[in-house]
Design a protein around this ligand. Structure first.
Ligand code: CP3
Length: 351
């Protein structure tokens, strides 16, 4: 069907006339209309109020040519479904009175849908009515290790040293925590699918803080379980693992339909090599959005040339948009993804 979203076709590895495009944190503070909406209430209230979350989700869609809308919420919101309390301070969300050990965390990691964590599902239902059929609706959640690190650390951090120390204090309980989080996150994602999500994006933003062998041993079983449970709901899953090609290759082992990589990875080589036959997503440096529009457009064209006619490629950044992103550069970047492919085709070579 012609109005089947391009994103869903690419996630299934099908041929598309151009890569579909969306951007991590496409709704957010770089948009004046978001800052205006945000001035009227807290970030937590935005996430918890479906009408407002729907409005925030739609803002970038109205402005730019995007192929998908990602439900407005936050990575840490489902922690409330596990019974922990969040506080939204100046440096992002924090866990109030969080667990003091992996054992304590694992013992309490039973997910129950509570009001706040149901908000994304209700927001998706509103989005289904508001969006044209060709714009895909993406739900999202945190991957088990990334969520566990936030939970044990209590807040965002450069290296999550405290969180990692608590994982190492009791490996068996750490594993039990990953399993419990996976089961809860799968339920949280299933609610989003019931609300109208057509694909689920998992963020393992801090997945590379464990060595490859440790990740495989301690996290992979829970990761595979999580992916299998979401896929059983009938939607494709994309796993973002930030931190280089070796870790990105781990994400392939989860069984996810697509693997998303940051800009440190040579995407064309990764797509031809370890990820052959699998959909990939990425991966321009988000700092390009602070550059003049033509610079960002040039990088898009170069990546398109290098990717050639690779099926199953979803264009995105390598990590989230930052508040200093220039709107005209975001627009130019997305225009360049839509240019006819001969503009981006490889130069003709003599044979
Ligand atoms: O447009 C979208 O992508 C949808 C909404 C979305 C947000 N956060 C909104 C947000 C999504 C998908 C996220 C994911 C998220 N949140 C991640 C995973 C992706 C990544 O960036 O690695 C993580 C680690 C978080 C946790 C988080 N949320 C932090 C550390 C912070 C504070 C830092 C910051 O950027 O302010 C947030 C806050 C946050 N999440 C904002 C938005 C729009 C800013 C809140 C505000 O308006 O004050």
């Amino acid at each position: 069907m012609s109005d089947r979203p391009l994103l869903l076709r690419a996630l299934r590895g099908e041929t598309t006339e151009r890569p579909p495009a969306w951007l991590y944190r496409q709704a957010g503070r770089y948009l004046p209309e978001y800052r205006e909406l945000r001035a009227r209430g807290t970030f937590a209230a935005l996430c918890a109020t479906p009408e407002l979350a729907c409005e925030a989700t739609l803002q970038p869609i109205r402005r730019f040519k995007l192929d998908a809308a990602i439900v407005f919420s936050d990575l840490l919101v489902p922690l409330e479904g596990f019974g922990w309390t969040l506080h939204h301070g100046d440096h992002g969300p924090e866990v109030v009175d969080g667990p003091r050990s992996a054992a304590e965390a694992a013992a309490h990691a039973r997910y129950e849908a509570r009001d706040t964590t149901e908000a994304p599902a209700r927001t998706l239902a509103l989005l289904q009515r508001a969006l044209p059929a060709e714009v895909a609706r993406i739900g999202f959640a945190g991957a088990p290790l990334t969520l566990a690190l936030y939970l044990l650390e209590g807040r965002g951090s450069k290296g999550f040293e405290k969180g990692r120390a608590l994982l190492w204090q009791d490996e068996a309980k750490a594993q039990a925590l990953f399993e419990a989080l996976a089961i809860g996150v799968a339920e949280y994602a299933a609610a989003q699918v019931a609300g109208g999500a057509q694909a689920i994006q998992l963020f393992d933003s801090w997945g590379a803080l464990l060595a490859v062998a440790d990740w495989r041993r301690l996290v992979l079983p829970a990761a595979r379980e999580l992916v299998a449970r979401i896929r059983r709901e009938g939607v494709p899953v994309c796993w973002f693992l930030r931190g280089g090609a070796d870790h990105a290759a781990l994400a392939l082992e989860t069984g996810a339909d697509a693997v998303a990589v940051d800009w440190s990875v040579d995407l064309p080589a990764f797509a031809r090599g370890p990820a052959a036959g699998r959909a990939v997503q990425g991966n321009l440096d988000p700092a390009l959005l602070l550059a003049p529009p033509d610079v960002a457009a040039r990088h898009v064209r170069a990546l398109r040339r290098a990717m050639g006619d690779r099926h199953g490629w979803i264009f995105n950044l390598g990590h989230g948009i930052t508040p200093a992103a220039r709107i005209e550069t975001v627009a130019a970047l997305l225009e360049a993804v839509r240019e006819p492919s001969d503009a981006a085709a490889p130069p003709v070579t003599a044979r």
